[in-house]
Design a protein around this ligand. Structure first.
Ligand code: ADP
Ligand code: F6P
Length: 506
């Protein structure tokens, strides 16, 4: 873990995200009032919890767990992680109408499918936008309050597409304050080109762009997403001036900088979980159970989301076992597919489709003593995931679009035996970074099948050489390197900023 104190010296970090890092709930069917805590699945929480542990500060998030209110003090605050408190979690409470309109509606039925360019899932209503504005106002209020009570100069770090409006709303709230607040935002998902963003109503796409331009700095995973953002500024904010080379936008008397910072994982944590006695033993048990002599184990891990290409993956496996009967019994797949956003019909339907798809394949190819696909559709803790990754000879990531995809990096970190092969969709941010994966196009089933065949037949020396290179590369770009690079940029920009200027007129 790096010493980030040099960057945050004299500053207090306030992080704002929709998803909270620790959810409290009552176990279904359990007697008594016992409150359980879990870390929800998803890349944002996986990446940012380790960063908050070392930077401290306050994390503002939606209190989404059914028992969250029971754990907070009267201000909604709580010290986390539960086992060794290192930072403050401040919850914002949302009612059902907020959740429907802002989270399930505008964020996940409009922005999410558009940013991932999967237009068949796009669903937009005026009330979604109205709630999104209202909830962004609430989070801007909470962030402003935290900024005012921060012991040192505040740096507010907004996360993701749920809060495109928070930066400019916050800037308005803090204008004229004695102490300047540096505002920046990490956009965790792809950013679409203008022809896609303009499918939103005009007020919504201009609102999103102007809201984001309230930041001092906006961070993306890849250069392509940053270029798309600049194209959208060019088209939708005509009074701005875009400086492509310097990745900068001039708006009124302010500069908004852009940066490319591919997110990563706590490599050592995953590695030591995979190497530890528990990880090693569980991985050995999995192999004992599922891998025949000379056979292979394939693994995949995702939230059930239409961006992840899970039905496409199942089609490829069906075709593989049809075309290559010699791989029956020789290749078993463990598919971890955890329900996510189940309140949305498209997600619920997908969950059912995945369960039915796995069953159909198992009915078609299964034999006495061999189940082709083992489906795990529940939350798995980091240690459990590490042992699954370690056990896998092949990891298949088949996202149709994915901002980064941390699973690919987790697999590499856990591959301590250096014999695994990563088969990776070229439409992930990770593919722009990882050179030694087998790249596939998940829309082309034949190509995925060819990639899988290549993976399971790859000679051991080539597997080792590729995995060693991927592991070296990952060790040079961990979540802490990512954090350090961003904090260094924040430090540089914040030190040169003299005053907090108000946002351009809405
Ligand atoms: P996204 O952010 O879209 O969910 P990523 O691949 O970037 O996609 O991140 C997913 C994160 O969620 C990873 O850290 C992964 O380990 C975690 N995750 C996925 N499935 C599960 C699960 N079943 N249980 C626990 N964590 C999970
Ligand atoms: O990384 C994209 C993202 O939306 C994160 O913001 C989020 O934590 C993760 O996917 C999981 O989604 P949700 O928070 O909606 O369950």
């Amino acid at each position: 873990m790096p010493d980030t104190s040099q960057y945050l010296a004299g500053r207090t970090l306030i992080l704002v995200s929709n998803r909270e890092p620790y959810e409290h709930f009552h176990e279904e069917g359990a007697a008594g009032d016992d409150v359980k805590v879990r870390r929800p699945p998803g890349g944002l929480v996986s990446a940012l919890d380790p960063t908050m542990r070392c930077t401290h500060g306050t994390w503002v998030a939606w209190g989404s767990g059914s028992a969250d209110r029971e754990t907070a003090d009267e201000t909604g605050r709580l010290q986390v992680p539960p086992e060794s408190p290192a930072y403050t979690l401040r919850r914002v409470w949302l009612d059902d109408a907020d959740v429907d309109g802002y989270y399930l509606g505008f964020a996940n039925s409009a922005l999410w499918p558009l940013c991932h360019m999967l237009l068949q899932h796009y669903d937009m209503r005026q009330e979604y936008w109205d709630r999104y504005v209202a909830v962004n106002e609430r989070f801007a209020d909470a962030a402003a309050e935290e900024a005012r009570r921060a012991p040192k100069a505040p740096v507010v770090w907004v996360q993701d597409y749920h809060f495109a409006l928070v930066p400019s709303l916050l800037r308005q709230r803090l204008a004229g304050e004695r102490r300047p607040t540096f505002i920046h935002q990490f956009w965790h998902i792809p950013f679409p080109p203008p022809d896609i963003l303009r499918l939103l109503p005009t007020a919504a796409y201009t609102g999103v762009m102007r809201g984001l331009l309230g930041n001092d700095l906006i961070e993306f995973h890849t250069d392509r997403y940053a270029q798309n953002f600049l194209d959208c500024v060019d088209e939708f904010v005509p009074e701005s001036r875009v400086h492509r080379d310097g990745k900068r936008v001039r708006l009124g008397d302010r500069d908004v900088s852009l940066g490319v910072f591919p997110i990563s994982i706590d490599v050592e944590q995953y590695e030591s979980l995979a190497r530890g006695p528990d990880g090693a033993q569980k991985a050995a048990e999995l192999r004992e159970k599922y891998v025949a002599d000379g056979g292979s184990l394939g693994v995949s891990v995702d939230r059930v989301d239409y961006t992840k290409g899970i039905p496409e993956r199942l089609r490829a496996l069906d075709q593989l076992w049809t075309e290559a009967p010699e791989l029956r019994r020789k290749l078993t797949f463990v598919v971890v597919a955890t329900p996510s956003r189940s309140e949305l019909r498209s997600y619920k339907t997908l969950e059912e489709e995945v369960v039915a798809g796995v069953k159909a394949i198992n009915d078609k190819f299964g034999e006495d003593g061999w189940t082709p696909i083992v489906l795990i559709n529940e939350n798995v803790d980091a240690a459990g995931l590490a042992s699954i990754y370690r056990a896998g000879d092949v990891c298949l990531v088949s996202s149709l679009q994915d901002g980064m995809n941390l699973v690919a990096k987790e697999y590499i970190a856990c591959n301590v035996d250096e014999q695994g092969v990563l088969v990776l969709s070229r439409f992930t941010g990770a593919a722009a970074e990882i050179d030694d994966a087998i790249l596939i196009n998940p829309f082309n089933v034949d190509g995925v099948v060819a990639g899988l065949r290549r993976a399971v037949t790859m000679p051991p020396e080539e597997r080792r050489a590729r995995m060693q290179r991927m592991r070296r590369q990952l060790h040079r770009a961990t979540i802490f390197d990512w954090l350090e690079a961003i904090l260094a940029r924040v430090d540089e920009l914040a030190s040169s900023a003299t005053e907090l200027r108000p946002a351009a007129a809405e």
